[in-house]
Design a protein around this ligand. Structure first.
Ligand SMILES: [Zn+2]
Length: 212
């Protein structure tokens, strides 16, 4: 993902996004070196994770292609749940898949805290057993009502229930854990797309940030 790195430089009341920090500010033409700490390039954190390195997580990616490889913001998304070793269990019209590749660029929601020892140990067993349920046979698949999201959320709810915790509806889970990340991700995708065709993307900063 290093090739897709995005830097942010602040100067003359603007945020300048670029792949490589330029010697001169592209907005005002003055040198950036020696312009103070605020003008130092900052690497934007990438909102995407390598899903096969994210144990016990809810993962989301485009059904086809990748977020930084031409995702248009509207095409279908696919979700799955990772095992301890990063094998991604997911459900579609062909039934359950256990993917060892293909989830290299995901939005990731970790599902188990490090102190939940019992769950850490049982995770793979629970996921495997849950996935053998007959509701996940290929013929039960329905594009809108019984899909990848139904599977992932039903697994999460089965874990919550076993722990005596309250189950979550699709909208609760999405609003609480997924939307905050997708908002951030869509900004990053937009910047990434701007920077595929130009060297700089300049955004004026709000007045209170205009200090240099
Ligand atoms: Zn400037």
């Amino acid at each position: 993902m290093a090739a897709a790195a995005i830097l942010r430089v602040r100067h003359c009341g603007a945020a300048i996004f670029c792949r490589r920090a330029p010697p001169l500010c592209p907005a005002c033409g003055r040198p950036l070196r020696g312009a103070g700490l605020r003008a130092a390039p900052v690497l934007l954190p990438c909102p995407f994770q390598h899903g096969h390195r994210q144990p016990r997580a809810f993962l989301l990616r485009p059904s086809a292609g990748s977020f930084l490889g031409g995702y248009d913001g509207n095409s279908d998304l696919h979700v799955g749940i990772s095992s301890t070793r990063g094998v991604v269990y997911n459900y579609n019209e062909e039934g359950i898949h256990k993917d060892e590749t293909g989830w290299e660029q995901c939005i990731s929601v970790p599902l188990v805290q490090p102190d939940m020892l019992g769950l850490l140990q049982q995770w793979d067993h629970l996921l495997e057993e849950f996935s053998t349920g007959e509701e996940w046979l290929p013929h039960r698949y329905e594009e809108h009502d019984h899909n990848c999201y139904t599977y992932a959320l039903a697994f999460i709810n089965s874990v919550l229930m076993a722990q005596g915790k309250q189950q979550m509806s699709k909208s609760e889970f999405t609003e609480k854990f997924v939307i905050p990340q997708t908002k951030n991700a869509s900004k990053y995708i937009a910047l990434h797309q701007e920077l595929t065709t130009k060297d700089f993307y300049i955004v004026p900063l709000p007045d209170q940030e205009e200090q240099c």
